[in-house]
Design a protein around this ligand. Sequence first.
Ligand SMILES: [Fe+2]
Length: 405
Amino acid sequence: MAFNFYGPLLLLGLLLSCTATLPVSVSYQRPPPRDTLTIPLSQNSDGLTPQQVHVSLVGENKMRITWITENEAPSRVDYGTSSRKYTSSSTGSASSYSFMLYTSGHIHDVTIGPLNPSTVYYYRDLGQTGWTNSTLQHLGASGYDVLLLPGDLSYADLDQPLWDSYGMLVEPFASSRPWMVTQGNHEIEQLPPMEPNPFKSYNARWRMPYDVSASDSNLFYSFDVAGGAVHVLMLGSYTDYDSSSAQFKWLMADLAKVDRKKTPWLLALIHAPWYNSNKAHQGEGEDMRKSMESLLYDHMVDVVFAGHVHAYERFTRVYDNSGDGCAPVHITIGDGGNREGLAKKFLDPQPVISVFREASFGHGEFLVVNDTHAHWSWHRNDDDEQVLADQVWLTSLVSETTCKN
Ligand SMILES: [Fe+2]
């Protein structure tokens, strides 16, 4: 992949130590709720200007550029390492979908590459109408490599124009760094008999690099970052996960392919947390945990990140509800911010496996330093300033001699 070896991953709306200290439960005096954002649906008059641009990883050294135009337009991207000299170009395809009375714009999908590591690329669409300053920075000194989002994106909940306003809201960020997402319950949008198929909008707008040879689903996939040092499993909490399911079989095959000598870090993202001491969404991840936890444990997954609960909570290394030094750390980072507000009520007393919990909005950063060490930090959104509220150094499980099987 076009990344420097080792770099930070940003987890939105998203550890670790093997040894837990005293549990921490923080009560933060938060500012009053903010108004719902109002974003105009169309900011251009020609219908050809790209909007809602976002990029995502495709394989080892390619990226997918996705954007929407109101009218039909070419699906072509010019790119290069200079903002005035685009030396390469790629073409792709466009599609649209209907949902009840709504018809989407033209959703363009172009894959560019091969790309060189540690290089800033500039790209533009063929229409060249106001998009020329977009940059695709693979690594910046103060930036991050990849944003990981464990579900619940737009909260459109059937109201399709909200997908468009969400695309516009995230474009300044999602057009310059890859966003890798997995689905949440708010992406299901199933309304039989008119709209019988779940995830119609999500699948059309947020196409991820699932392995077509192993699966025909956009709802679970995996990818490498940091030159293959990190393998990320994006699992689907709202598609079948029992032992006879396509997802389970894919996961077994995917894990079997990971060479931990080359890939010391193994991360997983789910939506509904398997461990949760918040009163909200209690037990919702339990069936999936019972099905898949032993698989992740046997393959020494380092961290499991979850969303769904609108609060932050970090657990110690845990397997089957007990602390286990060779098990994944579980982190709930469902606090990206939405109209539903925070999940403020936690179970009392705090379970011993829960190390730190707080009902505040924020984001996390997972910085892979080398084969053996990574730093996790959680940053509270204190007004508009980022405040570091929780941090811990993690050791990769494959470097723990007592954990090697
Ligand atoms: Fe959710």
